[in-house]
Design a protein around this ligand. Structure first.
Ligand SMILES: [Zn+2]
Length: 159
């Protein structure tokens, strides 16, 4: 899928003096230039496949480079990374919670314990956290600001 750059490019910037949050450090999407952890939400918004390309670049708070997720090798990541993580965490959570009182419910029909609503929420949260952790495998592209100015001058384009 071609990356579409708005005209003028939509750039998100960290607030002045903003430090990387613990969540940024946890998910581990880093600036390839200076290694500073980036806000996963802002970075994902630049991914043409995940965030519907809401923004074009996110400025690194450390070195000022314009960063974006290229979305390259998306299919490979999906099948080798996202799907296994989804089922792995889901099934593990399912089998663990069956043995924890208060988070499961006994179903007479199937003669088995199953996670109750709270257990289900915990499983969903774990899957969400695990999928966020796969963000560190996203490929980060950089552009310097003259490049974005050039893109600006050329107007909307596919690259
Ligand atoms: Zn940087």
């Amino acid at each position: 899928m071609a990356r579409h750059v708005h005209s003028p490019p939509k750039v998100t910037k960290p607030q002045l003096g903003e430090r990387p949050s613990w969540w940024s450090q946890f998910t581990g999407i880093r600036c390839p230039n200076c290694g500073r952890p980036q806000s996963p939400g802002r970075m994902l918004a630049t991914n043409p496949n995940w965030g519907r390309n809401r923004s074009d670049f996110h400025m690194c708070g450390g070195c000022g480079r314009y960063l974006f997720l290229t979305g390259e090798r998306r299919l490979r990541r999906f099948f080798l990374l996202h799907l296994p993580v989804f089922f792995g965490v889901g099934l593990t959570g399912f089998s663990v919670l069956r043995n924890i009182g208060g988070l499961n419910i006994y179903r007479d029909a199937r003669e088995a314990y199953e996670p109750n609503f709270l257990g289900f929420l915990i499983i969903c949260a774990s899957i969400n956290i695990a999928l966020n952790l796969t963000g560190r495998f996203e490929i980060v592209g950089t552009a310097t600001s003259p490049e974005t100015n050039k893109l600006d001058a050329q107007g909307d384009q596919e690259s």
